[in-house]
Design a protein around this ligand. Structure first.
Ligand SMILES: *Cc1c(COP(=O)(O)O)cnc(C)c1O
Length: 229
């Protein structure tokens, strides 16, 4: 099976209400365009420069898809990221949100949708908000009431690396619970609609625990050459 067949099979397998972001880091333009031709609507990238190179190669002929930043965003890369990405999934503190907001205004970007990244297992090696409802609520309240060029549309999280994928359930469940509570809270200027969690080796469990957006790389593109998180 090639990329095209794997994409089509995968899209059929997962529920319709679950969005699929192709995690395309290290993949070349040709591989990405094969997936787009097969019907992919959302592509996730981790690195700004890599994305710029891919976009340049894809050119204007390629069907328009939504580009998601799913890797960490440094302050000094925001200006480059803004024109490229339709969604920034990796906002985990107020400072970075503030920087995005300021630069969005200058770049003439009215609104940039973002997701709040949660460090669900409180890992030292991972960035993101502590998985505490009150703290996340406060962050969202502060962003949504002060930063007019940002719209919070969801939460994003990455489970810890575990041998037995079943042990991810409590983490995913916790994220879902926070997501639902935030939805119920109905904060002004917040559209809490996406819960982005689940990757190639965990998407079934993530969907069972309430994810409505999975980020899939390996299962579509095949094994990646070495990649350092
Ligand atoms: C690479 C990556 C994925 C997808 O990983 P696979 O195991 O290849 O499916 C998902 N989310 C993020 C943030 C990633 O960096």
């Amino acid at each position: 099976m090639g990329i095209r067949e794997r994409y089509i099979k995968f899209r059929k397998e997962i529920p319709e209400n679950v969005a699929m972001v192709l995690a395309a880091k290290t993949r070349i333009a040709k591989e990405i365009s094969e997936a787009i031709d097969a019907g992919a609507t959302d592509v996730g990238e981790n690195y700004i420069q890599e994305t710029q190179a891919v976009l340049e190669e894809l050119g204007t002929g390629v069907k328009k898809v939504r580009w998601h930043l799913i890797g960490p965003l440094q302050k000094n890369k925001i200006n480059q990221a803004l024109p490229i990405f339709d969604v920034i999934q990796t906002v985990g503190d107020y400072k970075i949100a503030e920087h995005i907001d300021k630069r969005a205004e200058k770049a003439g970007k009215k609104i940039i949708p973002i997701y709040i990244e949660i460090n669900i297992a409180e890992e030292k090696s991972k960035y993101g908000m502590v998985p505490d409802y009150k703290a996340i609520f406060k962050l969202i309240e502060k962003i949504s009431s002060n930063l007019s060029h940002i719209r919070i549309e969801g939460l994003m999280t990455m489970g810890p690396e575990v041998e037995d994928k079943q042990s991810l359930r409590p983490y995913f469940r916790k994220a879902k619970k926070i997501f639902e509570s935030l939805k119920t809270a109905k904060l002004p200027n917040v559209e809490m609609k996406v819960l982005s969690m689940g990757m190639s080796d965990s998407y079934q469990i993530a969907i069972e625990e309430g994810s409505n957006m999975v980020r899939i790389g390996t299962a579509i593109f095949g094994k990646r050459e070495k990649y350092i998180f």
